[in-house]
Write a protein that binds this ligand. Structure first.
Ligand SMILES: Cc1cc2nc3c(=O)[nH]c(=O)nc-3n(C[C@H](O)[C@H](O)[C@H](O)COP(=O)(O)OP(=O)(O)OC[C@H]3O[C@@H](n4cnc5c(N)ncnc54)[C@H](O)[C@@H]3O)c2cc1C
Length: 387
């Protein structure tokens, strides 16, 4: 049997998040966070009070332990009001928090995650390096084991949450000659001796503050190895399936909000004696975007539903990650054009949505790389174009 309805609990939860977002993520606040490139302690406090800071973290670490569909609802609704707040939740709960929850020692999980759920600290994930992004197995940062500790040397670049996060889930080669099978996951406290950071000046996604991390003879105790040695690549890829699906939902949230703004404007804007929404040129443009976004949204929730059932969803995750950021950017662009000249100012949120969502056309894997994953899932490993 197929059931396309959300449960009553899910619907009530969606309303609660919407009420929260309307109240706490006002246009003035969102603009200020973007302008200042930082969120405020008040926002962190409000998110924690609403149970959103640790929505997907385990209950034994102070989180809500929500299922994947519930987490999807949270990030989709938040993204209608601020794309970046929704992305903060994904980094704290899934991209880094999920790795710490699943693979760090009990001592570290329980020492760190309750503070994340309480909104007191934040997390980040450090995989990308200056010379390699898509080809992530080609990272050069090395972690050499010496007795009961590791020494790390290398550089991470294009890392979100620089100057915000206290801990990073960081990936380094423990056996460089083994490619993807020689990567391990570490927990890096950002204040460790030998760590230096720098910042990028991005045009979107600004409060999430991208930058780099330089590691010079950074010593981490054995305990900071997460999971087994050389299993880091599998750990991060598993996490990416989940984050990619949620990121797609944040793109949908932002795009739907942009379209709704455009509809509201078009109902009231007069041209040639009638509201512009009466013109088929405007209607068809908006209808096409709503259609695509609704189909994409179903695929996202199917992926999350599969995850909640413990079933594979790698194909669905890669499908939505290549497709959704692209159609979301197109929808936001057209919603900007529908409003016309006022939307070309910073007074309207369309330009910010466009700047923010474009980041996710690259972050967490580009469209081309996702298509290679879909091809592998559809056609088999023998058709992977490279090793
Ligand atoms: C907003 C934002 C936030 C980010 N946050 C983080 C973070 O927190 N942590 C982190 O580790 N990283 C982060 N990243 C980095 C991100 O994951 C990488 O940028 C991404 O994986 C792509 O790598 P690259 O930019 O180096 O592009 P490259 O790998 O250099 O690719 C350049 C171009 O070549 C194409 N290409 C590459 N390989 C192929 C192929 N086989 N076939 C066809 N085309 C190909 C790509 O699609 C792309 O168009 C972030 C990036 C952005 C933009």
């Amino acid at each position: 049997m197929v059931d396309f309805a959300f449960s009553k609990e899910h619907e009530i939860f969606r309303e609660t998040v919407t009420e929260f977002a309307k109240r706490e993520l006002t246009r003035e606040k969102v603009k200020k966070w973007d302008r200042d490139s930082r969120f405020t302690p008040e926002l962190y406090e409000a998110l924690a009070k609403a149970g959103l800071s640790g929505i997907n973290l385990p209950e034994d670490c102070g989180g809500q332990g929500a299922d994947s569909v519930t987490t999807g609802i949270a990030v989709e609704e938040l993204a209608k009001y601020d794309f970046n707040v929704a992305n903060l939740i994904i980094i704290d709960n899934i991209l880094s928090g999920g790795i710490i929850a699943g693979y760090a020692s009990d001592h570290l999980r329980k020492g760190i995650l309750p503070d994340v759920a309480a909104g007191k600290i934040h997390l980040g994930i450090a995989l990308t390096e200056p010379h390699t992004g898509s080809d992530a197995a080609n990272i050069k940062t090395v972690a050499s084991r010496e007795g009961d500790s590791y020494t790390l040397n290398g550089e991470k670049a294009s890392i979100s949450m620089i100057g915000v996060a206290s801990y990073f889930s960081l990936f380094a080669k423990t056996q460089p000659e083994k490619g993807a099978r020689g990567v391990s996951a570490f927990l890096l406290p950002i204040d460790t001796e030998g760590v230096e950071t720098y910042s990028f000046d991005d045009f979107g996604y600004r409060p999430l503050r991208r930058g780099g991390i330089i590691l010079r003879n950074v010593r981490l105790p054995q305990e900071n190895l997460m999971g087994k040695e050389n299993e880091g690549f599998k750990i991060v890829m598993r996490q990416f399936d989940y984050s990619k699906t949620l990121l797609a939902l944040t793109c949908i949230g932002a795009a739907l909000a942009a379209l709704d703004d455009a509809v509201h404007y078009a109902k009231n804007r007069m041209a040639f004696g009638s509201p512009i929404l009466k013109f088929e040129g405007i209607q068809f443009r908006l209808v096409e975007h709503y259609t695509r976004l609704e189909a994409a949204r179903l695929l996202c929730y199917k992926g999350l539903w599969l995850r909640d059932k413990g079933l594979p969803f790698t194909k669905e995750a890669a499908m939505v990650k290549w497709w959704v950021p692209k159609i979301a950017v197109e929808a936001i662009h057209d919603s900007l054009l529908t409003i016309g000249n006022p939307a070309y100012t910073t007074e309207y949120p369309q330009e910010k949505r466009l700047r923010d969502v474009m980041g996710i056309e690259i972050g967490d894997g580009t469209a081309e790389v996702q298509k290679t994953v879909v091809a592998r899932e559809l056609f088999g490993r023998e058709f992977i174009p490279y090793k």
